[in-house]
Each structure stands twice: as structure tokens, then as C-alpha cells.
Design a protein around this ligand. Sequence first.
Ligand SMILES: NC(=O)C1=CN([C@@H]2O[C@H](COP(=O)(O)OP(=O)(O)OC[C@H]3O[C@@H](n4cnc5c(N)ncnc54)[C@H](O)[C@@H]3O)[C@@H](O)[C@H]2O)C=CC1
Ligand SMILES: O=C([O-])CC(=O)C(=O)O
Length: 256
Amino acid sequence: MNIGVIGAGAIAQFLAQQLQHDDAYTMTDALVRHADKHRDFAKAYGVTLHTDVATFLNSSIDIVVEAATIEAVRQFLPSIVEKKPVVVISVGAFADATFYESMTELLEQHGQRLYLPSGAIGGLDLLQNAAALQGIERVSLTTTKPASSLTSELLDERRIIFQGTAREAVAQFPKNMNVSIMLALSAMSFHAIDVTLIADPYATQNTHDIHMTGTFGEASLTIKNNPLPTNPKTSYLAAMSIIGTLRRMQHHIIIA
Ligand SMILES: NC(=O)C1=CN([C@@H]2O[C@H](COP(=O)(O)OP(=O)(O)OC[C@H]3O[C@@H](n4cnc5c(N)ncnc54)[C@H](O)[C@@H]3O)[C@@H](O)[C@H]2O)C=CC1
Ligand SMILES: O=C([O-])CC(=O)C(=O)O
């Protein structure tokens, strides 16, 4: 299968590297804003660059992988879902309920599928099962990241820099809080999620502490993520989760 990636940053480069000698997937095309900036990437991985979404979608790609920004999802997803299956990692775009509903309608209309990888967190199987019978009471997410990923201010101690809803979190930190929207989508509730974001000048990992309560009982999960060296805001697991999703799409037995 030929992959067309949107973006040529840390995740896109990770994917290109990992899929270089893959039997099932080849990264053939990339949609970028400034082709001149990405000639080395294109050359290293044999990827054709596009700056126009129509030519990108009319190329030989079988599936699109978004690895850019929430804004890029808003801009390109409507035209993509008319033509191709798509994997989206900037899930914060779905904080907008109107956008979510209009994409659902378009996907149904065109018989396409949209895949949302679990990104930098886990436990979403449990949340989705509990939500199937409206059984979620509360979900709290406490994210701790190196201060330099969150603020230009020089801190000498840990500081809570945000407390609020998932929608507010991703609006203020669009490159750091996509995970909060993934929790809300899995729980099928934006109101059940309480988000705290901590900037820690001594942290070297991106840590997500998740606590869930509901009719099922109670669960806690801590993920201590190693960052992607090329973009420390992004966890290694977020990039890996796209590979995981691509692999599962090909399985005949699916852990559902
Ligand atoms: N779901 C999750 O758990 C996570 C989601 N993310 C999302 O993944 C995105 C990508 O992460 P990284 O690769 O680390 O970021 P990055 O900043 O290294 O790369 C993003 C690339 O997208 C490009 N880009 C921006 N707007 C574009 C547009 N309109 N068209 C084409 N290219 C465009 C930028 O030039 C940049 O090269 C983040 O912005 C974030 O939204 C990141 C981490 C975790
Ligand atoms: O990679 C992470 O740890 C989380 C992240 O940036 C996001 O959710 O946007």
C-alpha cells in the first residue's frame, strides 16, 4: 500500500525511516507547505513532494497519514475523506463537535474510514468499553512535560500551567494536548475529562497519569514516554502508534 503523508516533521520522518524496508507499506508522497524545505527528506526516502492537496490525492497513494497539525486536519480532511482512507494523529481537530459531525457524514457518504491511533497514551479499550453503556463517571489526565516543551519562561520548579477541560487544554496547547481529546472521544464525553498540565524543568519524559472511574470500577495508568529526539514535545509512542494502527488494519484477527 502506498502511503501519502501530510507533513514532513518528526513523526513523518520517523514513519519514513521505519517503513523504508517494509513489505506492506511504502511512503511514496508527502503533502507539505514549502517543497524547497523538504528536498533532503524527499531524496532520502524517494518521496514525491506536493504542495497542492488535489495532486497529492490524485497520485498513486492508497491511504493518507496526517502527521502535521490540527489546522492541517481542519483544512484537508474534508477533501481527503471523499477519496481515501486516512489516519489522523492531530486528533485535537475533533474537539470541534460540528467538524466531527460533518466528517462523520462525509465518511458515511463516501464509504471511507478514518483511523485514530491511540497516540501517546493507552487504556482506550477500557474507556470505550465502559462508555458503551454510558458507564464513565470521571477521567482525570495529569500530563507532565519538560518545561521547555510548554513555556518559554525559565522555571526553577514544577508548575501547574493549566487546569480545565479537554477542549480548553487542546485550544491552549495544540501540540501537547491531543491526548486529552483522544480520552474524550473514547469516553464519548467531553464533560467527564479533567485535565491538568504540569511544566517540570527537571523532567526528561512526557508523563501521562490517567485515572478513570465508572460502573466498571476504577483504573489508573501512568505512561512515562520517551520523547522523539527530533521533537521532544512529541512522545515516541505517538509515532509508534501510527505504525501499530497501520499493522492492525492488515490483520484478519483484530483485538477489537
Ligand atoms: N495524538 C497524540 O497523542 C499526539 C499527536 N501529535 C500531533 O502530531 C503532530 C505532528 O507531530 P510532529 O511530527 O512531532 O510535529 P513537527 O512539528 O515535528 O512536524 C509537523 C510538520 O507539519 C508541517 N505542517 C504544518 N502545517 C502543515 C500543512 N498545512 N500542510 C502540510 N504540512 C504542514 C510542519 O511544517 C512540520 O514539518 C503534532 O502537531 C500534534 O498535533 C503529537 C504528539 C502526540
Ligand atoms: O506526545 C505526547 O506526549 C502528547 C502530545 O504531544 C499530544 O497529545 O499532543
